[in-house]
Ligand binder design. Sequence first.
Ligand SMILES: NC(=O)C1=CN([C@@H]2O[C@H](COP(=O)(O)OP(=O)(O)OC[C@H]3O[C@@H](n4cnc5c(N)ncnc54)[C@H](O)[C@@H]3O)[C@@H](O)[C@H]2O)C=CC1
Ligand SMILES: O=C(O)[C@H]1O[C@H](OP(=O)(O)OP(=O)(O)OC[C@H]2O[C@@H](n3ccc(=O)[nH]c3=O)[C@H](O)[C@@H]2O)[C@H](O)[C@@H](O)[C@@H]1O
Length: 460
Amino acid sequence: MESRFVVRDILVVGGGYVGLTAAGCFAELGHRVYLIEKDEERMESLSRGKIPIYEPQLDEIFARSLRDGRIILGDSMADGCFGVDVAFLCVGTPPSPNGNPNLSIIAAAAAEVAGAATTSLPIVVKSTVPPGTCEALELICHEAAKEGVEPTVCSNPEFLREGRSIDDFMNPDRVVIGGEEWAVDVVASLYPDYMPLLKMDRRGAELIKYASNAFLAVKVSFANEIAALCESLGTKASDVLRGVGLDSRIGTAFLSPSIGWGGSCLPKDTSGMVAIADSLGCDSGVVSAAILANRAARERSIDRIDRAVGGLSGKRIALLGMAFKAGTDDCRDSPALLLSSELINRGGVVVGYDPMAKLTSLQEFSITSRVDSLSEAIVDVDAIVFGAAWPEFGQLDPIAITAMNSRTVVFDGSSSIEIEKWQMAGFITMGVGEGHQDRFRPIIWRPLSWTTTMSHESVA
Ligand SMILES: NC(=O)C1=CN([C@@H]2O[C@H](COP(=O)(O)OP(=O)(O)OC[C@H]3O[C@@H](n4cnc5c(N)ncnc54)[C@H](O)[C@@H]3O)[C@@H](O)[C@H]2O)C=CC1
Ligand SMILES: O=C(O)[C@H]1O[C@H](OP(=O)(O)OP(=O)(O)OC[C@H]2O[C@@H](n3ccc(=O)[nH]c3=O)[C@H](O)[C@@H]2O)[C@H](O)[C@@H](O)[C@@H]1O
């Protein structure tokens, strides 16, 4: 079979998690990439060969590609567009207060590319955008384009996860491309033959992205609801959900109970999905319920910590892990920080530690103070809350820590630590989906269908 792969010249607009990964990986695949990032700080860092975000492996890939001339850092759209075969838009689509994504940044970027383009190249939307956006962007592009230039806009959504973006980009479950046939073929030719390809219309491609993120959110919310049941039943959610997930129709991934899902995309894309459905007069009950369940998961965790420390007022809490999950510095919509804000609202004092988290000045208000080492965080605290599963937390020696703390509550919010180790060292331990040690009692069922002789009498 003839290979579809062709080495090309590519423009990437936006040097964030998606743009840097796309630029680095396309360069690794042999393409020549021109990267434009308009944030001066990010650009300055890149020009020193330093990636402005934390993403494993990306530093080495970038350094190598810059050295070999396969990535060129650009400051002019005109230079960037000159002679390239295809342009990728990888800019932010942040949420607006009404749940709809704010598309002004991508509209501006599309117009800039179209205005500078000298050929009718495919402009590819990698950012997450609601169905119909590519069509609208195409109109903007035609208005901005020079005479005789008619760019076409394609959809090629990105499915990478932060913290493992390189592997996800290089080994995708699928590459989805929507658009006009000739343009889709150009975009498809950038990806090696081993990557499974799905070609379709633009609206379908755009919707796959929202539907995928929404499904992942629904799955975790479901796991968290089962976790709540397990807590009340005094059993272990990890065992139960493994038993559920081993059904090959269900799958074990995304069934880890947590203090809730967060990050730069699941919250924004679930709200986006609800807004899209609303605007089309369609129902989005399942996704809306997942959003509510997510809030409930967090509130349940806060209540459990509050009760376990005997009221939060004046209590000192070490929050280990502040990014929205381990493996990233990204704190956008971090469940750990949202939880921390509420602990503080209830009078708690939260000392945060995270090996990588990059907090914005607003996010700094979610904690009382930040320390630079694990050992500083866990001195003389009433509770240790694991907010994200960084591997180094697993190395902590509970026995050594007991010496510094008495009657400390340990709350595993990310289903990641060996809770028994902490229990054996004398800590009061709680995990999401771990039965309440102090509230375990016989369960008395009174199903309506049972006869009185079969039913047990309540002892509660
Ligand atoms: N972060 C993630 O894991 C994933 C994000 N996405 C989607 O990809 C898009 C981008 O996400 P991130 O990379 O996280 O965003 P980001 O906010 O980290 O990066 C976007 C970058 O684009 C730059 N930019 C904006 N307008 C520009 C312009 N006109 N010219 C040059 N640079 C410009 C910004 O300065 C910023 O550095 C969003 O739509 C997001 O939903 C999709 C999959 C994964
Ligand atoms: O569109 C995006 O930006 C990306 O969003 C998610 O990726 P990411 O945000 O990097 O993070 P995930 O690994 O999906 O985790 C999201 C949240 O769910 C939580 N989670 C995940 C899995 C799980 O079992 N339990 C759980 O609570 C995580 O802790 C985190 O807060 C999707 O997994 C990617 O496919 C998608 O490309």
